[in-house]
Design a protein around this ligand. Structure first.
Ligand code: HEM
Length: 155
């Protein structure tokens, strides 16, 4: 009986901790961030799932993912975009240049992939201004993803 009591208390304590963590995480999100305006991690997750369906159906680029564990890839992309859009969890994976350096991705490949993200956001009826901001942010990874020299800062 006493043992049950202690186990019950421990369960309640850990539920309290997880709820506390969630509340603290959400509180650390800027309400003006892309993350918040898009609808948080749930909205990013839904968009990434649709995005990879489109990507894998496109013969121009799906061969890049032939030998890739897609469950892991989709999870990483959700985490990366969550962080890049201003979410509470930092990205702990590879930087974009390292992640793509051996893939020989061309400008056309990049445009095709970015196009699938754009059409996903349109399908989800995301606000046009927000789509513009997201596409600009994703576009800012292009030099790294295509392994080109970083654009020089304007004087
Ligand atoms: C549009 C911007 C892009 C973003 C934000 C992005 C993001 C990512 C991320 C977060 C990873 C996982 C990195 C890790 O393992 O830690 C990754 C891996 C990968 N990306 Fe991209 N990516 C982009 C464009 C592309 C394009 C254009 C292609 C190909 C056409 C591509 C193909 C791949 C492949 C094949 C991997 C797996 C590499 C491996 O596990 O060996 N990505 N990308």
């Amino acid at each position: 009986m006493r043992k049950l009591h202690i186990t019950g208390l421990m369960v309640l304590f850990s539920i309290g901790l997880s709820v506390g963590n969630l509340v603290a995480e959400e509180a650390s999100v800027d309400p003006d961030s892309i993350y918040a305006r898009l609808g948080g991690q749930a909205a990013i997750d839904a968009a990434v799932d649709i995005f990879y369906k489109k990507l894998l159906a496109d013969d121009k680029v799906n061969f890049f993912f032939e030998d890739i564990n897609m469950d892991a890839q989709i999870r990483k992309q959700k985490e990366f975009l969550g962080a890049a859009f201003g979410g509470p969890k930092p990205w702990k994976g590879k930087d974009m240049r390292k992640a793509h350096e051996n893939l020989d991705i061309s400008d056309e490949d990049f445009a095709a992939v970015a196009g699938h993200l754009h059409s996903t956001l349109k399908d989800l009826k995301v606000d046009e201004k927000l789509i513009g901001e997201i596409m600009a942010l994703v576009g800012s990874t292009k030099a790294d993803v295509t392994n080109q020299p970083a654009a020089k800062a304007k004087p």
